[in-house]
Design a protein around this ligand. Structure first.
Ligand code: GDP
Length: 298
């Protein structure tokens, strides 16, 4: 569970606005629905998703003759849950061995999320190793090593500019020799050079498939939730270059409005698996659609 403080910071604003819009109304009418529409749109929920939510709520208000604010909140919470759940598996693959490729642009919170996931898995009793396959920036491997030290796990790295697939190859040999349960690989997210990125990710995927065919796979896309619509376009862009099995939305403790989670969950067939709610090792939360929707409406 999130601490109340962290929950309030990214869901509370939206929840309060919805509560205010409902308060003191003689009737739940089109006026309310219009106000709700504006609240949702200004909370980073895209136009299409907002219209979907408001249209379903209007129907439910009419057909169930809802007027009590609590009933309306409950109905809204259920609508949002259905929209973002989609019966998808929101949990990280439990099979071992598992190879996770972490994908996303610089600054999005990829390295931090790797540290958090490694910490979580280690606490669950799994053995974890990291591969510094973002060889584009020297600082990337250094930062990953800092997280490796913090969590107390090994990091496989080569020099700056070396072939990322060679790092993955070595990491796989080492992970197999040491019977590692989960290998988490950092990658360089150079979206401005899509062809290179695609080639690089293809090559990494091929090396993993060839050298570690028994391993289960996750390709997790890390997105900064404070970037709003940019995060949505990154899902499209990265989805074009490789298969994404899940999304991590970071920085939901900050200025992010929370609604971006709903838009991404509604628009794409990629389950949100984790949300980042701070810079510390424990600030990663498994995504629970019902809990999230409830946090918005209550
Ligand atoms: P990378 O370039 O994608 O590897 O990004 P980093 O992991 O280095 O993160 C970039 C910045 O975002 C760092 O200052 C992190 O501390 C910060 N950061 C990452 N995740 C979160 C989060 O969930 N909440 C907050 N507040 N900051 C985060």
């Amino acid at each position: 569970m999130l601490s109340e403080g962290k929950k309030r910071s990214f869901l509370g604003k939206l929840s309060r606005k919805i509560g205010d819009a409902l308060m003191g109304r003689a009737a739940v009418d089109e006026d309310f629905l219009e106000e709700l529409e504006e609240i949702l749109i200004t909370s980073d929920i895209g136009m299409e998703t907002t219209m979907k939510i408001v249209d379903i709520l209007r129907d439910e208000i009419r057909s169930n003759k809802l007027s009590d604010p609590e009933d309306i909140k409950q109905s809204l919470s259920q609508i949002i849950t259905r929209l973002i759940d989609k019966d998808a598996d929101h949990t990280l693959c439990k099979d071992i061995p598992l190879v996770i490729l972490m994908i996303g642009i610089n600054g999005g919170g990829k390295t931090t999320s790797i540290g958090k996931i490694a910490y979580k898995l280690k606490n669950e009793g799994k053995t974890v190793m990291l591969a510094a396959a973002d060889t584009f920036r020297a600082a990337a491997a250094e930062q990953l090593c800092i997280w490796g030290d913090r969590v107390g796990i090994n990091v496989v790295k080569h020099g700056e500019g070396s072939d990322p697939s060679a790092v993955i190859y070595d990491a796989i040999q080492s992970a197999k020799a040491k019977n590692i349960d989960v290998l988490i690989c950092d990658t360089a997210g150079r979206l401005q050079n899509k062809k290179n990125l695609m080639d690089e990710l293809n090559k990494m995927n091929k090396v993993i498939g060839r050298e570690f065919p028994e391993a289960a796979r996750e390709n997790l896309l890390v997105l900064d939730a404070t970037t709003g619509k940019n995060a949505v376009s990154q899902v499209k862009e990265f989805g074009d270059v490789t298969d994404i099995t899940g999304i991590i939305l970071t920085k939901l403790d900050g200025t992010a409005k929370g609604g971006i989670v709903i838009t991404i969950a509604d628009e794409f067939d990629m389950p949100v698996k984790f949300i980042g709610v701070g810079e510390g090792l424990e600030d990663l939360k498994e995504f629970d659609p019902a809990e999230f929707a409830e946090g918005i409406t209550y």
